[in-house]
Design a protein around this ligand. Structure first.
Ligand code: NAI
Length: 210
């Protein structure tokens, strides 16, 4: 499969294909043409074919793609055939909501432990996941199989914690703190800023007012 040098734009569209294909597969749809997928997803059929050609085209026959095969293959490209162990840093409102969201686990993203600085949270659990003192984060990461660290702490704390983990085996940081993290290339960073999405929404609400 020719996966080298694939643009981030293509990669960023894969989760959406994956979501739609799951619904199609679950509804019993066995095959789908790029035209049909195009209609459902409101993307051009040529965009779909171009995207899929980056990965060898997924063997489209005259009568379309095999839905389950396409779903499985896109899942593999996204690495969803692997289990990812995650630790949470910052078991506040946002952090607890993420840990409690069960669908992450179903997709192989498994919270194994949470850490916080607030002693009132120590020895408690959230969604069945234990909350430990932040002072134990480093030893936990060293002794356990942790792939992803999820940061839901104030931005003033995030850089120091992220940097303290650069010489561990973690592979990625899912960063909700409002700060840009500059980390060595062996650690992937995915920043999530819900407010950016709201600002885009706000722009679209008001764009015709001026
Ligand atoms: P919160 O105050 O409910 O939770 C923050 C938690 O982090 C608290 O439990 C606190 O004790 C803990 N904490 C603080 N310093 C720590 C440290 N050094 N080590 C470990 N734990 C520490 O706040 P909330 O609402 O959960 O938000 C958390 C962060 O996420 C905030 O910085 C907020 O700005 C950000 N945020 C980001 C969003 C996004 O879309 N990126 C959306 C909402 C919040």
């Amino acid at each position: 499969m020719a996966e080298k040098g694939i643009s981030q734009a293509v990669i960023s569209r894969l989760p959406r294909y994956y979501r739609y294909l799951k619904e199609l597969k679950d509804s019993g749809k066995e095959r789908i043409s790029s035209q049909e997928l195009s209609r459902i997803m409101k993307v051009t059929a040529s965009q779909i074919r171009q995207d899929f050609n980056n990965f060898g085209g997924f063997g489209q026959q005259g009568y379309g793609y095999n839905t389950t095969y396409l779903y499985d293959e896109i899942g593999k490209i996204l690495g969803l055939d692997h289990q990812h162990n995650m630790v949470l840093v910052g078991a506040g409102n946002l952090g607890q909501a993420l840990v409690k969201y069960l669908k992450f686990k179903k997709s192989g993203f498994n919270f194994v432990c949470a850490f916080d600085i607030n002693p009132q949270l120590f020895n408690q659990t959230v969604g069945g996941v234990p909350i430990r003192p932040i002072s134990q984060l480093r030893s936990y990461v060293d002794e356990n199989d942790v792939d992803i660290v999820v940061l839901t702490i104030p931005k003033s704390e995030a850089r120091e914690i992220a940097h303290s983990l650069t010489d561990t085996k973690i592979k990625a940081i899912w960063n909700f703190a409002h700060i840009d993290l500059e980390l060595p290339p062996h650690i992937q960073v995915e920043n999530v800023h819900l407010q950016d999405s709201l600002m885009r929404l706000s722009y679209n609400i008001h764009k015709n007012e001026n």
